[in-house]
Design a protein. Structure first.
Length: 145
């Protein structure tokens, strides 16, 4: 088994619409992310490199200094009020740490599909997103690309 492990951090804001506590207000975190990609044998390019560490980090760094929302937060979708480049729309009902982790997971899968399409390789991808020093969510799934 071969593995790639990359860590990155990013600063992003969010709010939890409908939440009964203080997280309903706009606030931000310094998020810490870790991505582990494993396969029996990782594919390699012409330079004998598998997946560039920087490309994986950029999936997380794209979220840096952005407002993370879901489609229900129509205030931040108003281009007259907020610059669209500063807003990232996540799947789901709220921009929870769970949905941030799934966003990164989907981005990593898309990166692999772009660089090594249709090879039929089974990858185990683990994405860990730490919202605060005490709160972490992990997505750990197998995908075949």
């Amino acid at each position: 088994m071969e593995k790639i492990q990359v860590t990155a951090r990013f600063h992003a804001g969010h709010r939890q619409l409908g939440y009964p506590g203080k997280c309903k207000f706009v606030h931000g975190h310094t998020w810490h992310g870790k991505v582990v990609i494993a396969a029996e044998e990782l594919p390699r390019n012409d330079l004998d490199m598998s997946i560039d560490f920087g490309d994986i980090k950029n999936v997380m760094r794209f979220l840096d200094h952005k407002m993370l929302i879901t489609g229900q937060d129509t205030t931040f979708l108003d281009a007259g009020l907020f610059e669209p480049e500063g807003v990232v729309v996540l799947k789901g009902k709220g921009p929870s740490v769970e949905n941030v982790a799934h966003y990164v997971f989907d981005g990593v899968v898309a990166l692999i599909q772009q660089q090594y399409p249709g090879r039929g390789i089974r990858y185990i991808i683990e994405v860990t997103i730490q919202e605060t020093e005490n709160n972490t969510f992990i997505v750990d799934k197998a995908v075949t690309v």
